[in-house]
Design a protein around this ligand. Structure first.
Ligand SMILES: Cc1ncc(C[n+]2csc(CCOP(=O)(O)OP(=O)(O)O)c2C)c(N)n1
Ligand SMILES: [Mg+2]
Length: 375
């Protein structure tokens, strides 16, 4: 029997918005399974995604694939630029986790809000910030979406309702809760999506926010991107109760456990959470199990996990699996995939050119954008 460590197969669903139930469901989290079991799991996941593909129109499916490929190629280029010294400071790549941002954002409206952590390139791109502006921000140039003064961890695009890019672990969770409070206070039906890693769940800010969100019935969807590591520490070494979705229990929130390598499973779970938030102004916690294929940041030697573990998850690469299933369902063919790759390449090359040619922020900008102007 080979030793394998796999993501539990099925998303656990709990979507009864009217009940005060915790939404916690049993988990058969499997750390060791044999090759036959693994094949069976892959097959079941394949069938699950096939079923979801039938429920979504082709244009949306292909747009989602495009966005995932864009994030992947954009970040490969960012990694290259980092090693060339064009990007300073920290740079946290999202490669492997693309299905989370793409699947969930595909379910929201353009006037909904998104906040996330420092692993934010994918979220900005999928919220519609142009790759030119994201790349220029990484390069610290004036043409960047934060005028070159935020860098990789502080992307921000108020016009697109993308409210950052936050470097303090868990810092965005109370902020998002406040944004959801503002929507409710103003009487709109906007929803806020708040992304964070599983290490942020140990922060007090997470617990305080969930408590207030359920108490005040705020339309906030807390999306825990559980990639199973906080820097070099595995979740199991840092969290006494490592089933993140169960944390909702303490505050009476609805919660779901979601397969984060399946872009359509993420979309479907987000749709259910949005229905709760939009219609009944209720918060939800989604634990989206995913995996990052790259280091924590560009300076991570990665000694805390094995190459074999990474390769096992790469077999479930969300882009590879999705494009293969789209082919099987005849939504995509070789020409279609090539067209997507060509369009993405052009867009990423243009972004690098834009960032290269964009000027450094002017000296006099040093003291601007520090305090908010009074309304
Ligand atoms: C309050 C705080 N403590 C520590 C750090 C240093 N730090 C940066 S990232 C990180 C790990 C976070 O892991 P996780 O929340 O799982 O997100 P991931 O990086 O896996 O996306 C830590 C401890 C920080 N930025 N903020
Ligand atoms: Mg993590």
């Amino acid at each position: 029997m080979s030793e394998l460590k796999v993501i539990p197969m099925k998303p656990r669903t709990q979507s009864d918005s009217s009940s005060s139930s915790t939404g916690v469901v049993e988990r058969d989290d499997t750390d060791r399974i044999d090759a036959t079991e693994l094949r069976e799991e892959h097959e079941q996941r394949r069938q699950e995604q096939h079923r979801h593909i039938e429920e979504v129109d082709n244009e949306t499916l292909l747009r989602m694939l495009y966005q995932m490929v864009l994030i992947r190629r954009f970040e490969e280029k960012a990694a290259e630029a980092y090693t060339l010294g064009k990007i300073g400071g920290f740079c946290h790549l999202y490669i492997g986790q693309e299905a989370v941002a793409v699947g969930s954002v595909s379910a929201i409206r353009p006037d909904d809000y998104v906040l996330t952590s420092y692993r934010d390139h994918g979220h900005a791109l999928v919220m519609g910030t142009s790759p030119d502006e994201v790349m220029a921000e990484l390069f610290g140039k004036a043409g960047g979406c934060s005028a070159g003064k935020g860098g990789s961890m502080h992307l921000f695009d108020a016009d697109k309702n993308f409210l950052g890019g936050h470097a303090i672990v868990g810092g965005q969770i109370p902020l998002a809760t406040g944004v959801a409070f503002a929507s409710k206070y103003r009487g709109t039906d906007q929803v806020t999506l708040c992304y964070f890693g599983e290490a942020a769940v140990n922060q007090g800010a997470f617990h305080e926010s969930l408590n207030m969100a359920q108490l005040w019935k705020l339309p906030c969807i807390y999306v825990c991107e559980n990639n199973q590591y906080g820097m070099g520490t595995s979740l199991k070494r840092a969290m006494s109760q490592s089933d993140v979705s169960q944390k909702a229990c303490a505050y009476g929130l609805a919660s779901e456990f979601v397969d984060g390598m399946d872009v359509l499973a993420v979309r479907a779970a987000t749709e259910r959470a949005i229905a709760r938030a939009r219609k009944d102004s209720l918060p939800s916690l989604l634990e989206v199990r995913t995996y990052r294929f790259m280091g924590h940041s560009m300076s991570d030697p990665g000694h805390y996990r094995t190459r074999a573990e990474i390769e096992r998850y790469q077999e479930r690469d969300p882009i590879k699996v999705f494009s293969s299933n789209l082919r099987e369902k005849r939504v995509l063919d070789d020409a279609g995939l090539k067209e997507i790759e060509d369009r993405v390449r052009t867009e990423v090359e243009r972004a690098v050119k834009f960032a290269d040619s964009s000027p450094e922020p002017a000296r006099e900008e040093l003291y601007t954008d520090i305090y908010a102007t009074k309304p």
